[in-house]
Design a protein around this ligand. Structure first.
Ligand code: ADP
Length: 241
């Protein structure tokens, strides 16, 4: 996979394979190319060279809504645009947006009702069912992260991309979130590709870790292998990854 911006190589020869049902962490310092890789997978950015394959199918350059309907969801990260809504409205809108169909008068009510039901089910999965009528603006950050997950889950993804799901949380909240994400996604059989700077969380959650540095793969392996890899440890595990 190659992607350059105005001659700057954001991704150079990056090859990444995520096993079905696994949790795969993408780590590396800021500017390593993690977001660009996410954007390439979800069709927001077209690679200069290389292919994105999903279940054996070449989806390179597919528009984002089509990628979503194939079963790849990305967390909204901060339900910011939705602060004026209730929690249930935000998740319902995420569902309707994912369906992406024009609402046909007469059929739209039934479709809306179904979207609400799916939104309620997603909220129950993340434990926010008691907050359905609360304004998004009133949720504390930890619950907002759960809402992000619900908004992604409502699309019933096979592959979920989470960009720094623990950012901004306290240490105690991060631990809770790691357990929560782990249990929920394993239960749902969802494949996870995530970025995260919290080393402890990455090692706890990931089955496999890819370390990116300046748009290249510096190392890849199991948490144990990455922990033992001196070069990586010195470069990244000393502080943030
Ligand atoms: P990370 O998510 O690991 O911090 P990014 O993928 O955001 O890394 O960025 C990789 C490099 O590509 C950075 O140097 C960034 O400035 C550059 N980059 C990313 N997107 C763009 C863009 N749309 N235009 C120009 N440069 C970009």
């Amino acid at each position: 996979m190659y992607k350059s911006f105005q001659g700057f190589m954001a991704l150079a020869s990056v090859s990444l394979s995520v096993a079905q049902g696994s949790f795969h962490a993408l780590v590396g310092p800021n500017g390593a190319g993690k977001t660009t890789l996410f954007n390439v997978v979800t069709g927001r950015v077209s690679p200069d060279r290389g292919q994105v394959r999903f279940h054996g199918r070449d989806i390179t350059g597919w528009p984002t809504p089509r990628v979503a309907r194939l079963g790849i969801a990305i967390s909204f990260q901060r339900a910011q645009p939705f602060v004026s809504m209730t929690v249930l409205e935000a998740v319902t809108l995420a569902r309707l947006g994912y369906e992406g169909k024009t609402l046909v008068w007469g059929r739209s009510l039934a479709r809306h009702r179904e979207a609400v039901e799916r939104a309620e089910a997603a909220l129950a999965k993340v434990g926010l069912e008691g907050y359905a009528t609360s304004p998004v603006a009133q949720l504390p950050l930890g619950d907002l992260k759960r809402l992000d997950v619900a908004m992604a889950l409502v699309a019933e993804p096979k592959l979920l991309l989470l960009d720094e799901p623990l950012a901004g949380l306290s240490r105690a909240e991060r631990r809770k979130m790691v357990t929560f994400i782990g249990n929920l996604l394993r239960q749902e059989g969802i494949t996870l590709l995530f970025t995260e700077h919290d080393t402890e969380a990455v090692l706890a959650l990931a089955d496999r870790i890819t370390v990116l540095h300046q748009g290249r793969v510096l190392a890849e392996g199991s948490p144990e292998e990455i922990r033992q890899n001196l070069e990586v440890r010195q470069a990244f595990l000393g502080g943030n990854i």
